[in-house]
Ligand binder design. Structure first.
Ligand SMILES: Nc1ncnc2c1ncn2[C@@H]1O[C@H](COP(=O)(O)OP(=O)(O)OP(=O)(O)O)[C@@H](O)[C@H]1O
Length: 275
């Protein structure tokens, strides 16, 4: 049993009269893949936004047991501190690369917190002092490492926006990895991928988790990805957790089938009304 990396307790997020996340408690183990699934509008992206400092939750706590820095309360932190200090990094449902920058430049920009500090907020950068030059070369090394690891080295100098959709999704993951995440939150990484690219994504996620020890939190509608890579799945519906368990348990959970198919279809699917 892995240690808990992230503990979410009684999380609620309201937008006026709408409760997008409703008293959600869930644990994310270290070094494993946890999927958050649910029908459209279930609150999955809102959940990510609460974890990563984009939204301040109405109620609840999000505790990260950082392996080197101890406990951190993510719900009290701004987005850039969640990424920089807590090393909880995310991708977005809609690709958010800088399309006119090269692939390599996108990976360097991801390290701007580190470079900005090394530049002592500009002066050491302007005069290219040795500390800044060292940081710059480290940033390049990190980018080169992840480009190689994700098979992107050949296109390092191509503008990101000129590349196929599946490749852009891969670049987004490489960019997030440049921040050395302890928790990588991926919002629909398989959206728009063809079956071959989805299979490659599965291999990549499993290797990041098993070989690099990175915990992954995954929002995904593509069940060929969810069921093949997840160690644990949490299912949301109308902001509430309706089920949690292994892929096998979730596949057969009547509440989950009902949430995805609707009551009538579930009965039809189970043969009760089919005749
Ligand atoms: N900033 C916001 N202001 C008002 N309502 C919001 C806001 N963000 C999300 N919502 C609402 O919260 C609910 C949950 O939305 P969310 O995007 O988290 O769902 P989701 O599970 O990620 O859906 P999908 O699978 O379609 O991406 C929806 O009803 C949505 O309209």
């Amino acid at each position: 049993m892995s240690a808990t990396l992230l503990s979410v307790e009684n999380l609620t997020m309201r937008f006026g009269g709408l409760t997008a996340i409703d008293d959600l408690s869930v644990s994310v183990p270290a070094g494993k893949i946890t999927a958050i699934i649910g029908p459209n509008g279930a609150g999955k992206t809102t959940f990510f936004n609460c974890l990563t400092g984009f939204y301040k939750p109405t109620v609840g706590s999000v505790r990260l047991a950082h392996p080197k820095k101890g406990e951190m309360r993510l719900e009290t932190m701004t987005g850039h501190r969640v990424a920089r200090d807590a090393q909880v990094v995310r991708t977005f449902q809609n690709i958010r690369l800088f399309p006119k920058m090269t692939v390599l430049e996108n990976l360097i920009v991801a390290q701007h917190n580190f470079l900005q500090e090394a530049s002592r907020f500009s002066i050491a950068g302007i005069f290219r002092l040795s500390g800044y030059r060292k940081a710059e070369s480290e940033a390049l090394k990190t980018a080169a490492h992840w480009l190689e690891r994700l098979g992107l080295t050949d296109i390092a100098d191509v503008a990101a926006g000129d590349l196929p959709y599946g490749t852009q999704r891969r670049i987004e993951i490489a960019r997030a990895l440049c921040v050395d995440p302890v928790l990588l939150c991926l919002d629909e990484p398989a959206a728009g991928l063809n079956p071959r690219e989805s299979a490659e994504l599965n291999t990549l996620l499993l290797s990041l988790c098993r070989e690099e020890g990175i915990a992954i939190l995954l929002i995904e509608h593509d069940m060929s990805v969810v069921m093949n890579v997840s160690d644990h799945i949490c299912v949301l519906n109308y902001g509430r957790k309706i089920a949690e368990g292994t892929p096998e348990e979730i596949r057969n959970d009547p509440q989950v089938i009902k949430a995805y198919l609707g009551e009538d279809d579930e009965e039809t699917a189970s043969g009760e009304k089919a005749a």
